[in-house]
Design a protein around this ligand. Structure first.
Ligand SMILES: Cc1ncc(COP(=O)(O)O)c(C=O)c1O
Length: 450
């Protein structure tokens, strides 16, 4: 139903408008020759406009750029700013720590860390926590611990998952149903099929087939996929995963980095799940880098009893600045004062309004698209019904269409997550912000198919 020529003309028009209205960002990008790819990290070149918007500042659900434009931000740092940009309690706590307290790299613990550990335990149900600086590292270190206790070599993930730049996760179910390296896998240390197994999300038969080899230390999964669009669990799927992992002696890791949007204790608490390990990062720091992983009591005891494992020095688990005072102070302020249970209630009801409005536009234009919600997070996909696996969701991708919608919204003051059509609500996102998106979304669709 999309006229591709029209789409390509519209995208060219939006890109030209972006270039014309963002001269200072263009200059900053042109002057950044000292950076590989002209950006601080190469993924920042994923932008619908052709070059990145350079931020001047951000507060709550708003971003301003160096050209003087203001944006309603539904990207929210791809969840790192789910607490909103620079929430006041975090700014106060971090400023006090920096200025009054001082000492951000003492290599000594501060009392906030245990407060955060106890709060994460209360929310996610696993009692023993360690810290990292990113969710990627939380996953890497959890994987190492689980290989160590099981003596098994492999990690199983879902096809088209994302758990950060974790070597073991770059595997997909190929066209013939076999396991293959994810396209574009950069510098793999070895063939990923020797370290990993893969099953489609929502496919219990496929999961059992892989687990039956008896060599899987752990299943690392998001309770719902979020990085290839939102893919929600079919009835009984997550209970089946837990039952199969127990039956075949594999540990279960819930990566809650994004599914934290489901509620104060993520999908784990919202859906009554019983993982052995929870990994998380991004939002719990209120914008300050942090990662964390929590272990069940039996697993923690098993590890503590293993004198052969070097958990203290050079054994492969740890980072100098992990658990630093700034990260844990920020996490305490975020969890105590910002991402509270009442805040999640508000964010979720604003997200429901977002999802309903998108569905209304889809229905009005008879588009073969679908929308999914996971608490404070909403995503639209270019297929209907909504995909039930990562493979199906990947197959529904339409890069040009996505770029057009992103560029159209960007040029009119609305930011979506660059890697997909994800909209996230923070405590300060309003129904008026949602209405602004819907008006523009409907206008973009009208230009496309109206
Ligand atoms: C589910 C999940 N886990 C882990 C990560 C990695 O987070 P980070 O890039 O902060 O290490 C991401 C990033 O998007 C993620 O979505």
């Amino acid at each position: 139903m999309i006229d591709r020529e029209r789409l390509s003309d519209l995208l060219a028009r939006e890109r030209a408008a972006f270039v014309a209205t963002h001269p200072r960002s263009a200059d900053a990008y042109a002057a950044a020759g000292s950076l590989f790819g002209r950006v601080p990290m190469t993924w920042m070149n994923k932008t619908a406009g052709g070059f990145p918007v350079y931020a001047a500042g951000a507060r709550g659900a708003r971003v301003t750029d160096v050209d003087g434009h203001g944006y309603v931000d539904f990207c929210l740092g791809d969840t790192a700013a789910m607490a909103g940009h620079s929430p006041a309690p975090v700014v106060e706590a971090v400023t006090a720590r920096l200025a009054a307290g001082g000492g951000l790299a003492t290599m000594l613990p501060t009392e906030d860390a245990a407060w955060v550990g106890a709060e994460l335990a209360r929310r996610f149900g696993v009692p023993r926590w360690s810290f990292a600086l990113t969710a990627t590292d939380a996953n890497r270190w959890a994987i190492r611990l689980l290989r160590a206790v099981t003596g098994r070599p492999r990690i199983l993930v879902n096809s088209y998952c994302y758990h950060g730049s974790v070597d073991e996760s770059l595997i997909v179910v190929g066209p013939d149903g076999d396991s293959v390296s994810r396209p574009g896998n950069v510098g793999a240390p070895c063939d990923v099929t020797t370290t990993s197994r893969v099953a489609e999300y929502n496919d219990l038969a496929g999961l059992e087939r892989e687990l039956a080899h008896g060599d899987v230390a752990a299943v690392l999964m998001e309770p719902a996929l979020t990085n290839i669009g939102i893919v929600l669990p079919s009835p009984g799927y997550l209970a089946g995963v837990r039952e199969l992992t127990r039956r075949y002696g594999s540990y279960l890791v819930n990566d809650e980095t994004h599914t934290f949007s489901a509620g104060p204790g993520g999908a784990t608490a919202a859906w009554g799940l019983e993982p052995d390990v929870v990994t998380i990062g991004k939002a719990i720091g209120g914008g300050v880098p942090i990662g964390a992983y929590g272990l069940s009591a039996p697993l923690a005891d098993l590890l503590s009893g293993r004198d052969d494992l070097d958990l203290v020095d050079m054994g492969g688990v740890g980072g100098t600045l992990a658990g630093n005072p700034l990260s844990v102070t920020a996490a305490r302020a975020t969890l105590e004062h910002v991402l509270t249970a009442p805040a999640f209630d508000g964010m979720t009801s604003v997200a429901t309004a977002f999802a309903n409005g998108v569905q209304e536009v889809i229905d009005r234009f008879g588009l073969p698209w679908s929308v999914a919600q996971l608490g404070a997070r909403v995503e639209y996909r270019f297929c209907d019904p909504a995909p039930t696996s990562g493979g199906a969701s990947a197959a529904a991708a339409d890069g040009e269409l996505e770029d057009f919608l992103h560029a159209y919204l960007l040029n009119r003051g609305v930011l979506l997550t660059p890697f997909h059509n994800m909209a996230l609500m923070c405590p300060e996102t309003t129904l008026a912000d949602v209405a602004t998106h819907h008006e523009l979304f409907a206008a973009a669709v009208t230009e496309l198919v109206g």
